[in-house]
Design a protein around this ligand. Structure first.
Ligand SMILES: [Zn+2]
Length: 184
């Protein structure tokens, strides 16, 4: 995730006039509206697909982010879906790009909404196949045993929530007072 997902033009993509914040007829929320041609610029949450790769020894793979936001913190591989691909395909592609890793069958762990940036994170877990290495947007990769997950150095609140759910699902202890990273 190299930029905020909702950067957008203040100008109509159809006719170039300046968009105005207004409630369109029949709507209940303010939108960016073009009063010249009637175009309504809807801004919706964007899906991010991710994988928690798990080794044969039951460790999870985390990547240290080499990009903002939250550069230097740890996260599992994931990124924005592209048009034309499924969530599963996006999750596998991001794991390949960021960690040079193929994974086995994907099992849905959970869906996490980050309301501030407008992101819906879809998280799978899967068995790691092969040896990972740092790829795109990644400073380093490392395996963490369940009792060694760096809870206070994770990237996002959704990262904490998904790893907490993964640990509980597999019967591993989770710290009682989990830190809450900024919801960037
Ligand atoms: Zn227009």
């Amino acid at each position: 995730m190299s930029q905020h997902p909702h950067l957008f033009s203040r100008y109509c993509m159809h006719c170039g006039q300046r968009l105005v914040s207004a409630v369109p007829e029949g709507d209940t929320r303010r939108r960016l509206v073009c009063f010249d041609c009637g175009f309504v610029h809807y801004i919706n949450p964007r899906p991010v697909a991710a994988v928690i790769p798990v080794s044969e020894r039951g460790e999870v793979l985390l990547l240290r982010r080499d990009i903002e936001p939250r550069r230097g913190t740890w996260v599992f591989p994931g990124g924005f879906m592209d048009l034309g691909e499924t969530a599963e395909e996006a999750a596998r592609r991001e794991t390949r790009e960021e960690a040079h890793l193929e994974v086995g069958e994907l099992e849905l762990l959970g869906v996490y909404t980050r309301t501030a940036p407008g992101i819906v994170l879809i998280v799978y877990e899967a068995r790691a196949l092969g040896t990972p290495s740092a790829g795109h947007e990644t400073a380093e990769v490392a395996w963490f045993a369940p009792d060694a997950i760096p809870w206070d150095a994770l990237a996002f609140d959704s990262t904490v929530a998904a790893l907490r759910d993964w640990a509980r699902k597999h019967g591993h202890p989770v710290p009682e007072d989990l830190p809450a990273p900024a919801d960037l």
